[in-house]
Write a protein that binds this ligand. Structure first.
Ligand SMILES: [Zn+2]
Ligand SMILES: [Zn+2]
Length: 97
């Protein structure tokens, strides 16, 4: 299944959300089965990925977690993701809930 890379936005008000994995970074690693990437998932950004960000897209069902830098996590508009980014479900009932 291919998910669009364009038109993503940060989900507001997620700072107080937690899950059984400890951090959303750990959540992403646990459910993707991949190693944490070197850089942020946002297209054109080369900062280090430091957190698992909640993102959403009107064309995609459900909120997702992607590796991101703190700077991009503060973006208020929509942005594109790099190709080949792994998006993990943020729905705890499907994962660690
Ligand atoms: Zn989790
Ligand atoms: Zn970034």
């Amino acid at each position: 299944m291919s998910i669009t890379a364009s038109g993503w936005s940060n989900k507001k008000g997620t700072a107080d959300r937690s899950c059984n994995c400890g951090t959303w970074k750990d959540h992403w690693i646990k459910y993707s089965g991949k190693t944490w990437p070197m850089s942020c998932s946002v297209n054109g950004c080369s900062n280090s990925a430091t957190l698992g960000a909640h993102v959403w897209n009107p064309a995609v069902t459900g909120e997702k977690i992607v590796p991101m830098c703190a700077s991009c996590n503060g973006l208020t508009g929509s942005f594109d993701l790099k190709g080949g980014i792994t998006l993990e479900s943020a729905n705890k009932s499907e994962t660690c809930g």
